[in-house]
Design a protein around this ligand. Structure first.
Ligand SMILES: [Zn+2]
Length: 318
């Protein structure tokens, strides 16, 4: 963690090309050590003991999420949403409340009207969200204001930092800052499951809610595959997807609108992240018609609540 903290402290001072070069060197070293647990960790496949199966008796779930990191990403959200809608999919867009852009109420409402979900991504996205317990309490109060103002129920932190005990401070119905296996993240401790799960509020705590739902992402992040490893074939996503399908788990992917036009990834091919992502969606549709529950993260959270026999969350009072 200390090495990571140091890296993130100097990161803004380094040119982008140097940052990427450093990340590639570190990632190759991690990959060599992690071949048994990434991209597939077989130990994550076991469903929870009381697992009821997916709604409608479907074999697996498909959940699409996006973290909007900067101005560039904001400008590309509509393009990404259009592409998904054309293929019959909907997704959630997580916006940073106090980053270097502002998401307008008009855009948020437009996305919601079209069947997309809007969530909160971190607070400032400066890597400091979890610096101290008291600091997190204060940040949580601010995040809760945005959750209420945006009528959002979902949260994901920047850099996938997570502390499942502290997250009870948030009024969110779900958090999506964990993963089944991802040794490349700055905080690489994984949730070790490809299923959503319920996190109970500690007994006797002052938490206003009984708990929240945790939604780990289960496909490698676009940045890891296409920016760091310069993967040109798109096979890692598909192989992992096929494996999650065979286990009956949750396919949850995170794609950043900011990196959409990244590419060509090799001199031989001009495939961008957008192409890889559209190919993945088309692959799901063509290979597994009728076999999956395509849900927004908030739908998965509501499903977990009903499975755990916890009263539905009350609509937020405006
Ligand atoms: Zn982010």
């Amino acid at each position: 963690m200390l090495k990571n903290r140091m890296y993130y402290a100097v990161k803004p001072l380094l040119p982008w090309s140097l940052r990427i070069a450093l990340r590639r060197i570190v990632a190759r070293r991690i990959a060599r050590k992690s071949s048994g647990i990434w991209p597939i960790n077989p130990a994550t496949a076991k469903p929870p003991a009381d697992w009821p199966g997916w709604p409608g008796g479907k074999q697996f779930a498909v959940v699409l999420t996006h973290d909007v990191e900067g101005q560039r990403g904001l400008a590309r959200c509509a393009e990404l949403a259009n592409r998904e809608a054309k293929l019959g999919f909907r997704s959630s867009f997580n916006f940073i409340p106090e980053g270097d852009y502002r998401v307008s109420p008009t855009l948020r409402r437009e996305f919601e009207a079209r069947g997309f979900e809007v969530g909160v991504h971190d607070l400032k996205h400066d890597g400091k969200l979890y610096d101290s317990r008291e600091g997190f309490r204060q940040h949580a109060r601010q995040i809760n204001r945005y959750l209420s103002e945006w009528q959002a129920v979902g949260f994901r932190s920047g850099f996938m930092y997570h502390n499942l005990d502290w997250l009870h401070d948030l009024d969110a119905e779900y958090d999506a800052s964990t993963f089944d296996t991802d040794p490349f993240e700055p905080q690489p401790d994984a949730a070790h499951t490809i299923f959503p799960f319920w996190v109970d509020s500690p007994a006797g705590s002052a938490a206003k809610k009984p708990g929240y739902v945790e939604l780990p992402y289960t496909l490698p992040q676009d940045s890891t595959l296409f920016m760091i490893f310069q993967e040109s074939a798109g096979t890692i996503w598909k192989n992992k997807l096929d494996w999650v399908v065979r286990q009956g788990g949750m396919v949850l992917v995170n794609v950043h609108p900011d990196y959409l036009h990244l590419g060509p990834v090799t001199s031989a091919g001009g495939t961008t992240v957008m192409d890889h992502y559209a190919n993945l969606l088309a692959y799901i549709k063509e290979t597994y018609p009728g076999a999956y529950w395509h849900a927004l993260p908030r739908d998965v959270a509501a499903f977990v609540r009903s499975w755990k026999k916890i009263a539905p969350a009350l609509p937020s009072v405006q």
